[in-house]
Design a protein around this ligand. Structure first.
Ligand code: GRF
Length: 216
C-alpha cells in the first residue's frame, strides 16, 4: 500500500525536497499527494510546484484555529491524505487536525528533544554549550515538540561552530531522518506505547502503518 502524504510547511521546503527525492528514488512506499503552505511566500510551495505536486496556500483568517484547521483538513481529505508531515510548519496543531489524523501527524525538529523545543533550537543548543545536538522526528500531540519520539540523529558541536554552521549540519541529518521515519511508518513498523515508539524489525510490519492509526 502506498501512503498518501500531505506536507504542511511555512518555509523554504528543504525537508519537503528530501522527501520528494526519496520518493523519486523509490525509497518510500509513500507519495506526496499535496503540499499546503500557510503563507504565499513559503518556498515549499515552489518546491512542490516544480515537481508537479499540487500545492495550496491556506492562510489563517479571522475565523480562528478550528475553522482554519477545518479548511486544511478538507484540502487534505480531497487529496486522500493518510499521513500528515509537518516540515517547518510554524504553527501549533490543534484538536481539529489532531482529531482527524490521530497518530498520523509527524514533525521534524532540529534538536535532540526534549532539549531545546520551540523556535531557534539550533541557536539555543549552541548558546547552551552542548557538545552533541541533532534532530528528532516525532508524532505530534497537543504540545510544542512533545510527542512520542520515532528517531533521532546526533550531530557533534565543534569548537569552531557558529549557529549557522551547526544548523546546516543538522539540516543534512534532517534530510536523512524524515524520509526514514516516514518509511518506518509506511511499512507499518511503528507502534506507539505511551511515550515510547516501538520500531519493529524489517518485514514484521502491518499494512501501511495500520498499527499507528487510532492508537494515539
Ligand atoms: C527545519 O530545521 C525543521 O527541523 C524545522 O523547520 C526547518 C524547516 O526547514 N521544524 P525546511 O523548510 O524544511 O528547509
Amino acid at each position: 500500500m502506498t501512503l498518501n502524504l500531505g506536507v504542511l510547511a511555512s518555509g523554504r521546503g528543504s525537508n519537503l525536497g528530501a522527501i520528494l527525492r526519496a520518493e523519486a528514488q523509490g525509497e518510500l512506499p509513500a507519495r506526496v499527494a499535496v503540499v499546503i503552505g500557510d503563507r504565499p511566500g513559503a518556498g515549499a510551495l515552489d518546491v512542490a510546484r516544480r515537481q508537479g505536486v499540487p500545492a495550496f496556500c491556506i492562510e489563517p483568517g479571522r475565523d480562528g484555529r478550528v475553522a482554519y484547521e477545518a479548511r486544511i483538513v478538507s484540502c487534505l481529505e480531497r487529496h486522500g491524505v493518510d499521513l500528515v508531515c509537518l516540515a517547518g510548519f510554524m504553527r501549533v496543531v490543534g484538536p481539529a487536525l489532531l482529531g482527524r489524523y490521530p497518530g498520523r501527524i509527524l514533525n521534524i525538529h532540529p534538536s535532540l528533544l526534549p532539549a531545546f523545543p520551540g523556535r531557534g533550537a539550533q541557536r539555543q543548543a549552541w548558546e547552551h554549550g552542548v557538545k552533541v545536538t541533532g534532530c528528532t522526528v516525532h508524532f505530534v500531540d497537543e504540545g510544542v515538540d512533545t510527542g512520542p519520539i520515532i528517531l533521532q540523529r546526533a550531530v557533534a558541536v565543534g569548537e569552531e561552530d557558529d549557529p549557522e554552521a551547526l544548523a546546516a549540519r543538522i539540516l543534512q541529518e534532517e534530510h536523512a531522518a524524515y524520509p526514514e521515519a516516514i518509511r518506518l511508518l509506511a511499512e507499518g513498523r511503528l507502534t506507539i506505547a505511551g511515550r515510547r515508539v516501538i520500531v519493529a524489525a524489517p518485514g514484521s510490519g502491518g499494512e501501511g502503518g495500520a498499527r499507528c492509526g487510532g492508537l494515539y
